[in-house]
Ligand binder design. Structure first.
Ligand SMILES: Nc1ncnc2c1ncn2[C@@H]1O[C@H](COP(=O)(O)OP(=O)(O)OP(=O)(O)O)[C@@H](O)[C@H]1O
Length: 268
């Protein structure tokens, strides 16, 4: 059986800047995989290569066994981006129709059911530009899932969602994996990743530094939790202590304010 996602030796360079360097990992059927890494480590680059937004510099990606840049792969992929590149002058319904045209497998009845669940049914004839941030995220989730993709790729899926929408989003993720599909989630939420992901892939400075089931990684690296493991493997922990001391000193209320001293000195 083909894996929902297979990434082999993926490299993407932007001019002289390396976005991701030789990354290999898989998302197996029924698995929720977290893609974790510090700012600038290569998560979005990886997602944008998978979804075909960026051309690969080298390496290969298959979605359900199909090369990622083919129509067969795109029809099996659902993507929730972190930013909101939506055509604001279309209504929600028009956008759905556009998607139905682009994704032959899109189940319109399922899409309308999902709109209902996410409280969007009464807003379908509004311009997308008039949706709130959370409404746009929900709309994008419906569009990403209504064709029942083999691979669901989500960039910070809970960002900007209210608690009810977050519970619904998590249910969509669990149901999708429960049906045997693969889910890849890029996130900075290490606590949610430790709780909700079957596996995690940690990237740092463009390279995969470890991957596996959270419990297995904690045991292998003798770490108390995923946050401690993340800080150790990405090297962030070393500089963090110094930055915290610096911050404490800078924000110390007893510290003499050089600007205030200078001003009052000038007045007297
Ligand atoms: N379009 C681009 N042109 C040039 N460099 C880029 C481009 N996109 C990303 N990069 C660089 O590639 C590296 C990886 O960036 P990327 O956006 O993939 O990181 P990220 O892990 O998603 O970060 P964040 O958590 O801040 O979103 C960074 O050094 C970034 O500056």
């Amino acid at each position: 059986m083909d894996f929902p996602l297979q990434v082999d030796n993926l490299t993407k360079v932007y001019g002289r800047q390396r976005g991701i360097d030789g990354a290999s990992f898989t998302v197996r059927p029924g698995r929720i995989v977290g893609l974790l890494g510090p700012n600038g480590s290569g998560k979005s680059t990886t997602l944008h290569c998978i979804t075909g937004y960026h051309r690969l510099s080298s390496g290969g990606i298959t979605i359900a066994g199909h090369p990622h840049d083919t129509a067969a792969a795109k029809n099996r992929l659902g993507f929730l981006p972190d930013d909101l590149p939506l055509p604001e002058s279309l209504s929600g319904r028009e956008l759905l129709m556009l998607h139905a045209h682009l994704r032959p497998g899109l189940d319109l009845a399922a899409a309308y059911d999902l709109f209902d669940v996410f409280d969007l049914a009464d807003h379908l004839d509004k311009y997308v530009g008039d949706y709130s941030h959370g409404m746009k995220r929900k709309l994008q989730l419906v569009l990403a899932t209504a064709h029942r993709p083999r691979l669901l790729v989500l960039d910070e899926p809970l960002r900007g969602l209210d608690p009810e929408a977050a519970i619904l989003m998590n249910t969509v993720i669990e149901r999708s994996a429960g049906a045997g599909n693969g889910v890849l989630i890029a996130t900075h939420d290490l606590f949610a990743a430790e709780r909700g992901c079957d596996e995690v892939v940690i990237v740092s400075e463009g390279r995969v530094v470890t991957q596996g089931a959270p419990a297995e990684l904690l045991e292998r690296h003798r770490a108390a939790n995923l946050e401690a493991l993340f800080l150790a493997l990405t090297g962030i922990g070393t500089g963090l202590e110094r930055k915290l001391q610096h911050l404490t000193h800078t924000l110390d209320p007893d510290r003499i304010d050089p600007v205030a001293t200078e001003v009052s000195g000038g007045i007297s």
